[in-house]
Design a protein around this ligand. Structure first.
Ligand code: SAM
Length: 261
């Protein structure tokens, strides 16, 4: 087991707490409660985010024939991880997971339980080093064929607009036409006062800062790509399976776009 500093709240563990998971410590739970108090809808937001991930993967596998996924900022394994959803539809799918948190690394074995027809790999790397991520991912993924780059609730931890833009452009530059970019991102313009207080509390004590973005800021990340319907929407409104699902008060923007020919 790697060593964890359990006295400082960590993103992956606080997120696990919001989701109702067990892989968290007292400091994570304390910040989890303080942020829930500021914005109670965070518990709906994280669930709607996981549901969006599953619907997006299902859509890419079922409707677009995608069989390769690079999932950066994986998080602690929970229900419906990318490989489980993808391989249910297409067992030969290949998935590379990337995270920089030691507790996610300690769960990598669970993430690596690929169906025999497919393949899963785990990379311990920082999103700020897309070159290293791409080089290692190429051991499992064939970048001469379409890949879905999954940036699910992670870019808010990746710095300012210029840095986030650099990361997204670098990743997409490696992908052939027919590849996809999938993003979900906490919103600054949904319940703005509550979410601003939530973010202030989070940034005060967590290891790592988060930056929320508005609809225009998230939409810009897809520049040069073809957004598929329904464009950049609340996570819960992206091709929901039911009206109940669509009604979730989740405060994240989400979109899926295709790299054109
Ligand atoms: C909010 S969780 C999202 C997990 C998952 N993608 C989901 O949406 O359910 C964010 C994840 O990004 C990871 N992360 C944060 N900063 C990172 C960085 N600089 N490089 C790689 N991963 C990072 C965290 O460790 C955490 O597991």
């Amino acid at each position: 087991m790697p060593d964890f500093d359990t006295s400082v709240p960590h993103i992956a563990r606080v997120y696990d707490y919001w989701l109702g998971g067990k892989d968290n410590f007292a400091a994570d739970r304390e910040l989890g409660d303080r942020t829930i108090e500021a914005y109670p809808n965070v518990v709906f937001s994280v669930r709607a985010n996981r549901a969006f991930l599953a619907r997006a993967v299902r859509h890419l596998v079922g409707e677009n024939g995608i069989r390769q996924f690079l999932d950066i900022g994986t998080g602690i394994p929970t229900a419906s991880n990318t490989h489980e959803v993808a391989q249910l539809e297409a067992p030969q799918s290949r998935i590379v997971y990337v995270d920089n948190d030691p507790i996610v690394l300690s769960h990598a074995k669970a993430l690596l339980k690929s169906r025999p027809e497919g393949q899963c790999a785990y990379i311990d790397a920082d999103i700020h080093d897309p070159d290293a991520i791409l080089a290692q991912a190429a051991r499992t993924l064939d970048f001469s064929k379409p890949v879905a780059i999954m940036l699910i609730a992670v870019l808010q931890y990746a710095g300012d607009d210029a840095e986030v833009d650099r990361i997204v452009r670098r990743l997409m530059a490696e992908c052939v036409p027919g590849s996809f970019l999938v993003i979900s991102h906490p919103a600054s313009d949904i319940d703005p006062e509550q979410t601003a207080e939530f973010t202030r509390r989070f940034n005060e004590s967590a290891a790592g800062r988060m930056t929320r973005r508005d609809h225009a800021g998230v939409s810009r990340l897809f520049d040069g790509l073809d957004l598929i319907e329904p464009g950049v929407t609340r996570t819960a409104k992206w091709r929901p399976d039911s009206e109940l699902e669509a009604a979730s008060p989740a405060a994240l923007w989400a979109g899926v776009a295709r790299k054109a020919q």
